[in-house]
Design a protein. Structure first.
Length: 212
């Protein structure tokens, strides 16, 4: 299995990648501002499941196809970017109903739907795709055998760190939103900011990444 040294080095590298806000973090923050703590944490769970699907794909060899194919990588990236823009536009359009939703006069967004949206962003995160496809395999000790099990373990370490960090981001953003909730106007503005954040994130994801 993976040695303690390799596991520690991978955990340190994962932490450095995770603490720098990327698509998943910004999406969680946007959701926290627009919908609150519960939606933010549900989004974190969805993101984590999506990220672990990428780990499984890499362990099965699919990751190498994505990493080597500019066409596949670009298509996946653009689909994820378009979905972020769509969610951002929707959040902006629905910003006026946030106060009513908090007070129970408008049905809250379903948890499964929020989970799915978080999953879609997590599985299409270009930063995570590149990291798992190009970096994760380097920490596998092939001489020890059980290569797939080693990859799955390393991916689990990454996701545990991501859950903790992303949840903290979401909770901090949600606590800021609570103050805005005392005013319908302020809350509508912060909902709009959350939507614009997702739109900007989608544009950024589409404009960055591999160009080879």
């Amino acid at each position: 299995m993976v040695s303690l040294d390799r596991l520690s080095a991978f955990a340190a590298m994962s932490f450095l990648l995770i603490v720098i806000p990327g698509p998943s973090v910004l999406f969680v923050v946007g959701r926290a501002l627009a919908q609150g703590r519960r939606a933010a944490l549900t989004t974190v769970v969805g993101n984590t499941i999506g990220a672990y699907v990428l780990v499984v794909a890499v362990a099965l060899g699919v990751g190498s196809v994505v990493e080597r194919s500019v066409l596949v990588f670009t298509a996946l990236k653009l689909v994820g970017a378009a979905y972020l823009v769509y969610l951002g536009v929707k959040a902006v359009r629905e910003r006026g109903s946030l106060h009513a939703s908090i007070n129970g006069t408008v049905p809250a967004r379903g948890g499964l739907r929020t989970l799915w949206e978080g999953f879609a962003v997590g599985v299409a995160n270009p930063k995570t795709i590149v990291f798992f496809a190009a970096v994760l395999p380097q920490f596998v000790d092939r001489d020890q055998g059980h290569v797939m099990a080693q990859m799955l373990l390393l991916g689990l370490v990454f996701n545990v760190i991501a859950v903790v960090c992303d949840s903290l981001w979401g909770l901090v953003a949600a606590s800021t939103r609570t103050w805005f909730a005392s005013s319908p106007t302020r809350l509508a503005r912060v909902g709009g900011i959350g939507g614009l954040t997702m739109i900007g994130l989608g544009v950024t994801v589409a404009a960055t990444g591999r160009k080879d």
